[in-house]
Ligand binder design. Sequence first.
Ligand SMILES: Cc1ncc(C[n+]2csc(CCOP(=O)(O)OP(=O)(O)O)c2C)c(N)n1
Ligand SMILES: [Mg+2]
Length: 665
Amino acid sequence: MAHQAAILARPAGEARRMADCIRALAIDAVEAAKSGHPGMPMGMADAATALFDGFVKFDAADPRWPDRDRFVLSAGHGSMLLYALLHLTGHAGMGVEQLKQFRQLHSPAAGHPEFGEHPGIETTTGPLGQGLATAVGMAMAERLLAARFGKSLVDHRTWVIASDGDLQEGISHEAASLAGHLALAKLTVLWDDNSISIDGDTALSFTDDTLKRFSAYGWSTRRVDGHDPTAVAAALAWAQRSRRPTLIACRTIIGFSAPSKAGTAGSHGAPLGAAEAEGAKSALGWNHGPFEIPEGLRERWEAVGRRGAGTRRSWLKRLANHPQREEFERAIAGKLPEGWHLPLAALRAQHAEQKPKIATRIASQKALEALVPAIAEMVGGSADLTGSNNTNVKGVASVTPGNFAGRYIHYGVREHGMAAAMNGMALHGGIIPYSGTFLVFSDYMRPAIRLAALMRQRVIHVLTHDSIGLGEDGPTHQPVEHLASFRAMPNVFVFRPGDAMETAECWELAIKRADGPSLLALSRQNLPALRSDAGENRCARGGYVLEEASGPRRATLIATGSELHLAVAARVTLEAEGIGTAVVSLPCWELFALQDASYREDVLGSGLRVGVEALIGFGWDRWLGPEGVFIGMAGFGASAPAEALFKHFGITVEAVVAAVKKRVE
Ligand SMILES: Cc1ncc(C[n+]2csc(CCOP(=O)(O)OP(=O)(O)O)c2C)c(N)n1
Ligand SMILES: [Mg+2]
């Protein structure tokens, strides 16, 4: 490659040598693992070196320092770039032993960066586009916390390295558009503009004018030679001065220095092979053993790792004397403020007394009215359905481009970007993000919810219009399979409360749950109050006997959400006919599954079990057993008033009664 030859012909200054450390480690680790992606780290090594050497504010001695800059490797397949940086800058827990274990079981240097595997890994990446959108949330969190605690405690930047694939993904459009709208000036994306993806030249599928695209979103953009450290540094300095988010297109050669694979998809996702690896090192003039970093360069890199130490110490002093110190530390630690639950307890007492007949989405708004004023770190929002999701609270101001003092975000119709940004806010720390859309559009958020589950982040999604009960909007808007699919997703808590009281209880559980995402499936339609006790949070066990049989129990009706009252009504008829019937509410399967077996057996009973839920029955056999009966949906819904639909699909009190009588008589 002539271009590569020209670059290699330049006298190799210190910056090139430092970057070569990254290249050599990436080559060696991928060779040792016999799998991985050497091309991206080899191509972006120069730009990453310029970024870390001169710009990223961090201190390797404390990778969780709250006011550090956030660095997100959105192109997670290039994970060795991140691991090499953590290693070279002297982070504990990423020694040469760990690099030698790249991609092996229990190594922090996993195939793709995994949040939690090493404190220097800010977020899990690998699903392209997610990292960039998560970083947008981190940059939003920085602004929100700066507005709350001031610049002396919160003043950091968010840096992203993104690849062609990151920018091709739809989520990058949502995220970049939102970032541009909000003028997130402290967000900078370095685009690895190498014109190569897996199928070959990106020209096969990608002819966007990316710089124009980003400038249309309200970003400032620049193009540089990604192998020229001086040019990259100048662009980074320019980015720091920008009043808008910045995109720096770094023209690079994937697999830089590999004699035959550089500039080709061949270097993207497979070891170079011994000969090509040798050739790459000799082209660089790198004559050290595998995983070996010469002393001078190691010292130089470790100095980079210590560069922020003084800044961190000054920050610690400022924190020590700051009037909001305790509040800041509490919020960052994810601890709830003292007494946070008192207004909610008062609301539950009120529900017990007044027994309001309201939709659970309205009940959710009432819960938010109790929670949001009490918990300053709750930041709400909706994907343009605020009035339908009932996610805002009177008196809470909206965030606007110049003003992050508000706590409500108009995400626009960008569900995927919203969910990923929420992950970024939760990961950043100091914020408990919640938001809303229709349950059916959770499909548009699924990849981000999956990452929240994988990373065990506290994000809360208010998902309203949760069944055919939404009525006339019809089957495009009526979820059927959604809860089954989220119940199948590890670490997700799916709540489907049946009345106002249960809604308050489920909100309490979602807020308390610091180690994973919670979804609240809520009705559009009004539902009668079924509970008049406000003491114990009965949803906390996931399922409980709402009404016991008056005599020996012959049947148990198990329902969730808007079908709970059908079960209660059916019980009245069955009891009147002498069939001892209990009603079990099962608002959270995941919590119920955590209870001991004897509790579960007591609740579910040994008689006939009938499940009632206006959704697909997939998964219900887990509770109903082989002899059970399920009353719900078997396919898509239809457009009609809700009452007509429940009748049409046979989800009625009469159907429940008939199902029981058929079996027990
Ligand atoms: C959502 C998603 N789809 C597909 C993939 C599989 N994949 C990994 S990298 C990649 C594209 C590689 O091209 P680019 O993003 O330009 O990275 P480069 O090869 O330049 O490092 C694909 C399709 C993925 N990781 N995530
Ligand atoms: Mg590429």
